[in-house]
Ligand binder design. Structure first.
Ligand SMILES: Nc1nc2c(ncn2[C@@H]2O[C@H](COP(=O)(O)OP(=O)(O)OP(=O)(O)O)[C@@H](O)[C@H]2O)c(=O)[nH]1
Ligand SMILES: [Mg+2]
Length: 323
């Protein structure tokens, strides 16, 4: 089906009916910054605000996908649907995983209640966090009960992505040593749950102590600190506890006015981000901006970024208003 020959209502209806091909194509449009993707989002938007969005982040190979796979099984047992987005994966969704993992994920991929998608668009002008956020919007409107976003590492993009989740899970593994110090900035404030995965490996107590110590430094009362859950994702040990926590938080969220508060906060971010991006895009095309060229002017012609920014903005405004 040629998606461009349909109107946005028709497309969105297909998506709601569970047409996965149309859903995937729409996600591609959003990823590519195609304006038709935005048109579909405009139609879909009024049906958002119902999904529980879970962000899961951690070092490469920490076991995130294996955990997501196990959580998916638990979610499906409750008859709920789930969409999974693996953002910029270091390897295909099941990671460098053994064949067993791949087979397990295949089980989910033929399940109508599960939708899995990888996104690897780092470097796009709009930014990875921003296109991921729009894809979450679409999946929410599509009617998934849970949306799980898996990201690797803890850079600014990941923090931004995890920020647009209701519940953020940070996965660690024993033997991380000093890494725990390195990741504390930024991620500590946004984590709701810490998972110590691979707790079949030595060094679990050490990492737990370090984590507790760092959390204590925040000065928050104990009940406000994120929970620490130990798991062995491969065998499923501890995953039931993790799922119960996730489900409990999800139910609390949906039954309290917290959801609408969260939703409002996320909307503020979305609105500002969208305006910034649209404005910048207009500006960029209007003045024919070539970032590389401007940077070489700074380096070779002794121009400053401040001067160039001012000049470009003045010329943009002149073109807009003829001042
Ligand atoms: N021993 C042990 N191995 C595990 C555990 N969890 C995951 N693994 C293995 O660790 C490897 C990486 O697991 P993934 O689930 O792909 O990890 P990931 O964090 O998604 O990896 P990337 O997406 O590539 O960053 C696989 O071989 C898993 O089978 C665990 O609890 N214990
Ligand atoms: Mg993975």
């Amino acid at each position: 089906m040629d998606i461009f020959s349909k109107d946005t209502e028709e497309i969105f209806n297909e998506i709601k009916k569970g047409n996965r091909i149309i859903l995937s194509r729409t996600i591609t449009l959003i990823e590519n910054g195609n304006p038709f993707g935005t048109e579909i989002l405009k139609t879909a938007f009024h049906e958002t605000g119902k999904s529980i969005i879970i962000g899961i982040t951690g070092a490469p190979g920490a076991g995130k996908s294996t955990l997501v796979d196990k959580l998916t099984t638990e979610i499906r047992k409750k008859g709920k649907t789930v969409a999974i987005i693996a953002v910029d994966p270091t390897s295909p969704f099941t990671g460098g995983a053994i064949l067993g993992d791949r087979l397990r994920m295949q089980k989910h991929s033929i399940d109508d209640g599960v939708f899995i998608r990888s996104m690897a668009t780092r470097g796009n002008l709009g930014g990875l966090a921003s296109s991921t956020d729009d894809v979450i919007t679409l999946l929410d409107a599509a009617g998934f009960d849970y949306i799980i976003v898996e990201t690797v590492g803890v850079g600014q993009d990941e923090i931004d992505i995890v920020k647009s989740a209701h519940l953020s899970i940070v996965v660690m593994v024993p033997g991380m040593g000093d890494d725990i110090q390195a990741i504390k900035a930024g991620i500590m404030e946004i984590a709701d749950i810490f998972v110590i995965n691979k707790s079949d490996h030595p060094g679990v107590e050490k990492i737990e102590q370090e984590l507790n110590f760092i959390l204590m430094l925040s000065g928050k009362p104990k009940e406000e600190l994120p929970e620490i859950i130990k798991t062995v994702a491969t065998s499923g040990k501890g995953v039931d506890h993790l799922f119960n926590t996730v489900e409990k938080r999800g139910k609390e969220l949906l039954s309290s006015n917290k959801y609408s508060k969260y939703h409002k906060e996320l909307l503020k971010d979305k609105l500002v981000r969208h305006m910034k991006e649209k404005l910048f895009e207009k500006f960029r095309t209007n003045v024919g901006l070539n970032i590389e060229e401007e940077v070489s002017k700074i380096l070779n012609e002794k121009k400053s970024p401040y001067q160039i920014a001012e000049e470009k903005i003045s010329s943009f405004l002149e073109k807009c208003y003829g001042d």
